[in-house]
Design a binder for this molecule. Structure first.
Ligand SMILES: Nc1ncnc2c1ncn2[C@@H]1O[C@H](COP(=O)(O)OP(=O)(O)O)[C@@H](O)[C@H]1O
Ligand SMILES: [Mg+2]
Length: 259
């Protein structure tokens, strides 16, 4: 590359996300309102993200690491525009292909064939364009024999294959893959890794969440490490994952609570 693009493709700027969870489960809506009027509903409020700031550069392969519940999916949903942050803001320069929840965007009662068209249309493609990509999608997802079966009869691995194939039907500026690869077998993982590498060489920026620290180390040049909503560290993968590997839960920073 002749010139280096020094403008971030994604800027996460002082982002916080506050969630309310009803502490006691109310049996019915009536009970809920009775409890509410008697001041009996207690809310457990906490910050799933606390003042998180970092930037992702074009062409980065960015890993998001952290224990379960550390806020990775919440952050990806904010970046994808599914959630509006309680504070702060995210700036994105480009198109996003989000793979943030298994089967999101699919109708489980429809067949794979119908879902490819439905999803493609939602992503803004014309039926003609989807038809031109159809065989490629089917080949990648290896679902030739199951095209006319409703998705509710698919295994999670099959849904993941289809979702990945649809999301990468064109070259997005940004591909977000949230644990999508963990449900498939290793052949599917290898195929996805190859496809992500191919997209990257074409200039796509990738954000990856994976339980496999080996996969993060293999694929990602940079990582951000979340701990109960706090950005613990971010930077070059090789500088951070050795510490993460030896991280002890007792050193964890607790989630912030509102005063
Ligand atoms: N919609 C929601 N409402 C309330 N709490 C939520 C919601 N989504 C996630 N959480 C909570 O926020 C925290 C972070 O969750 P999440 O972002 O899914 O973590 P991760 O993806 O790192 O496992 C968890 O404690 C989770 O239970
Ligand atoms: Mg998650």
């Amino acid at each position: 590359m002749a010139t280096q693009d020094t403008t971030p493709i994604i800027t996460v700027d002082h982002v916080s996300m506050r969630f309310n969870l009803a502490k006691e489960k109310q049996e019915s809506l009536k009970e809920y309102f009775v409890a509410l009027t008697h001041g009996g509903v207690r809310f457990d409020e906490f910050f799933a993200l606390s003042d998180v700031s970092f930037a992702i550069m074009p062409g980065d392969f960015y890993g998001l690491i952290g224990l379960n519940g550390s806020g990775k999916s919440t952050l990806l949903k904010i970046i994808s525009g599914v959630y509006k942050p309680s504070a702060g803001k995210v700036t994105v320069r480009g198109t996003i292909a989000p793979l943030i929840e298994l089967g999101a965007g699919f109708d489980m009662d429809l067949t794979a064939r119908e879902n490819i068209y439905l999803n493609g249309t939602v992503l803004g493609y014309t039926p003609k364009y989807i038809t031109s990509k159809f065989d490629e999608i089917v080949a990648f997802s290896e679902l030739e024999e199951f095209l006319d079966v409703p998705l509710k009869n698919y295994s999670s691995g099959m849904v993941a294959r289809l979702a990945f194939a649809v999301a990468t039907m064109t070259k997005p500026d940004i591909l977000i893959a949230d644990e999508i690869l963990s449900v498939g077998d290793f052949l599917f993982q290898q195929k996805c890794e190859a496809r992500m590498a191919e997209l990257m060489s074409g200039g796509t920026t990738v954000i990856l969440v994976s339980h496999s620290i080996e996969q993060i180390e293999r694929m990602c040049n940079k990582v951000a490490w979340l701990d109960h909503g706090h950005l613990r560290r971010n930077g070059l993968t090789a500088d951070i994952t050795p510490e993460y590997r030896h991280f002890d839960k007792t050193e964890s920073i607790p989630a912030d609570k509102p005063e």
